[in-house]
Design a protein around this ligand. Sequence first.
Ligand code: OVP
Length: 396
Amino acid sequence: MTMTLARLDLDPFDEAFLADPYAHHGAIRDAGRVVWLDSIGAYGMAHYEDVRRALRDHETYCSARGVGLADFAKEEPFRPRSLLLEVDPPLHNRTRSMMNGIVSLKALKQFRPLWKEKAESLIDELVGRRRFDAVSDLGEVFPMMVFPDTIGLMDEGRELLLDYAAIVFNAFGPRNAVFEECNRGKEGAIDWVAQACKREYLKPGGWGMQVYEAADRGVCSHDEAERLVRSFLSAGVDTTVNGISHLVLALAEHPDEYAKLRANPRLAVKAFEESLRWDSTVQTFFRTTTREVEVAGTVIPEGAKVLLFLAAANRDPARWENPERFDLDRNASGHVGFGFGIHQCLGQMVARLEGELIATALAERAAAIRLAGPPLRRLNNTLHAIESLPVEVTPA
Ligand code: OVP
């Protein structure tokens, strides 16, 4: 049985959509299991089961033709392809297992005491102020206190990491005004990252140098090592910056849930996980079909771009009860905020540790937290990002 394919007019990269994607997800899900997005010339899926199935089936839905709108089989990539994100097996197996050896539970265990101290002193200071901006004073600050040192990055120019990540995540979408404006005058960030990834600029002992040491052992080439260090810098900052900002937004907008966290700070891990389901930093990624595939009666041809709405899947009412509610009693595991399948987030343990430490430190120090003004969005073609989030806290 073949069904007529739902054609949707909405542009998932226009400014109204990017400013409030959750207002539009229902229309995509209701239109069908698979939709054709005329605005970008791609298919889309926004149901939890379909998104998961596509992510799991990396043979049909490949990454090597890019996980953005651009098809690398037809266009030059925006930058040399990522050896993790934009490759398929067997190359992916090799780079991923090598990186898994560096981003390990053992490594993170060793960082925990220092990161905990840093989270606590930062939150001490912010709670003392009573009013602060959860983005510029917290979300953008804490990852920068821990992550660049973990990589062993050179000190000068680190602030350019945020500009760079915004460019990279915008580049997965179309060349719209959001992309162009973000890039304007930012060549410096791209040049800085290119330099910071080189061996001679990395400090000994960090994850960056460990990638080169793996290359010394013959696991990959030294050119590949440089590109793998770039993956750390691309994916490790803006994601956790916005993850922490959304965690605070979730807690500020749901005082009952914050009270639960206060009563039991061990809920910090759950709070961060649920905040990622509730508002997923990485909203979408594309895949490209390697063959004709049928989904719920719709035939998708070979070589089609398919936009997977991760954030919509995370609020699919067929999977989640009261999906709009940030709820600490919910089991959020199974959310696809970190993706799913062979490409599932390499840095998820880093993100979880950062989120847990901030949630714990807040719960121990602030009796209440509330918005002190409207949150301001920062538009990005891939990330749900916040520019500013004024909050007020009552010291415990
Ligand atoms: C969210 C990601 C995002 C951007 C860049 C890369 C990975 C990379 O591997 O360079 S995963």
